[in-house]
Design a protein around this ligand. Structure first.
Ligand code: FES
Ligand SMILES: [Fe+2]
Length: 347
């Protein structure tokens, strides 16, 4: 079950070209491409004739041609050509999805098209596109359920072990002061770890000679977006008040789009004020961060494998699960509301 009445990241802008891109979003096959004028299009990736994915075909002008019998469908999903046949039956069409392109992303509306409201496109990645900032991004396909990713990002104590060779140290699990707040359907988990030695990445790029105060502020909002600020300053110099010495921080924004029940598209976008003009340093920082993403994905995929062996196996809770549990409650309630809305419409 997925929340449908939302804008999801379908692809980064630079992934959508005049070559068709096939992707499964919320269990539905979707093909993305651009028209001659450059506008993104999202259509059902399943030819109305014999169900071949349209993404195996090619874009001709503003339409996409199926690879099998060369039927063509325009950006609205209407069939506009059947070779050797004048008449086009009205049912020969595919679903088209509303799309909005913003902040280097193509957002796709996965609910009823008539409910698509452009004003609800999330303000998520724009922060990372500022003057004087540097940013990088990756799209990963994860063989794991999207809620495993949400759990992970609302409990950053896992840095202690999963990312011990770069951004983590045991202090963030053992010594953090954690506060969980709810604002409507948003969840914010703030972790402060005071007066501890810098983990490797923080030491290397923050260039600290003494202990640090370190923060990890993770904000979730439905259906599955995150904005996370990680940073540090010299211990005892006012990090919490924003006046700490040698502040070093970065933001990571995440668009998490379910693909199937046990796979997920993970759009990860990191940005920061440039702390150096040595771009080799910045590149090395990014390499460490890509490594962190890979370490998380290894965890999600291993979890999913054990879940698949026995989907009924219970998950037990610890104190740090307050944030993840809140997010799960919010998603469950919103799923119930969508189901009730749908059955009300059907009645
Ligand atoms: S399956 Fe697409 S044209 Fe026949
Ligand atoms: Fe992680």
């Amino acid at each position: 079950m997925f929340l449908r009445n939302y804008w999801y990241v379908g692809a980064y802008s630079d992934e959508v070209t005049c070559e068709p891109l096939g992707r499964v979003l919320l269990g539905e096959p979707v093909v993305l491409y651009r028209t001659e004028a450059g506008a993104p299009v999202a259509l059902e990736d399943r030819c109305a004739h014999r169900l071949l994915p349209l993404s195996m075909g090619k874009v001709i002008g503003d339409a996409i041609q199926c690879h099998y019998h060369a039927l063509e469908f325009d950006g609205t999903g209407a069939c506009v050509r059947i070779p050797g046949q004048e008449r086009i039956p009205p049912q020969m069409k595919v679903k088209s999805y509303p799309v909005v392109e913003r902040d280097n992303c193509v957002f796709v509306w996965m609910g009823d098209a008539k409910d698509a409201d452009e004003s609800k496109v999330p303000e998520i990645f724009g922060k990372l596109c500022q003057d004087g900032w540097s940013a990088t991004k990756v799209h990963c396909h994860v063989e794991g359920n999207y809620q495993l990713v949400i759990d992970n990002l609302l409990d950053l104590s896992h840095l202690a072990t999963v990312h011990a060779s770069t951004v983590g140290s045991m202090h963030v699990a053992d010594m953090a002061n954690v506060e969980t707040e709810r604002d409507g359907d948003r969840v914010k988990v703030s972790r402060w770890t005071m007066d501890v030695p810098a983990a490797k990445t923080y030491q290397q790029f923050g260039n600290y000679e003494s202990n640090i105060d370190r923060w990890q502020i993770s904000e979730f909002f439905p259906p599955s977006y995150f904005r996370i600020n990680n940073g540090s300053a010299v211990a005892g110099t006012g990090a919490r008040e924003g006046t700490g010495e040698k502040p070093w921080d970065f933001w990571v924004c995440h668009g998490i789009t379910p693909s199937t029940q046990d796979s997920t598209h993970y759009f990860w976008h990191l940005g920061h004020r440039l702390w150096t003009d040595n771009m080799a340093d910045v590149e090395e920082f990014y390499e460490q961060c890509y490594g962190v993403v890979g370490e998380d994905i290894a965890v999600f995929e291993a979890q999913q494998k054990t879940i698949n062996l026995d989907p009924a196996a219970p998950m037990r809770e610890i104190g740090y699960d307050a944030g993840p549990l809140l997010a799960r409650q919010i998603i469950d309630r919103l799923l119930e509301e969508e189901a009730a809305q749908k059955s009300g419409k059907a009645a």
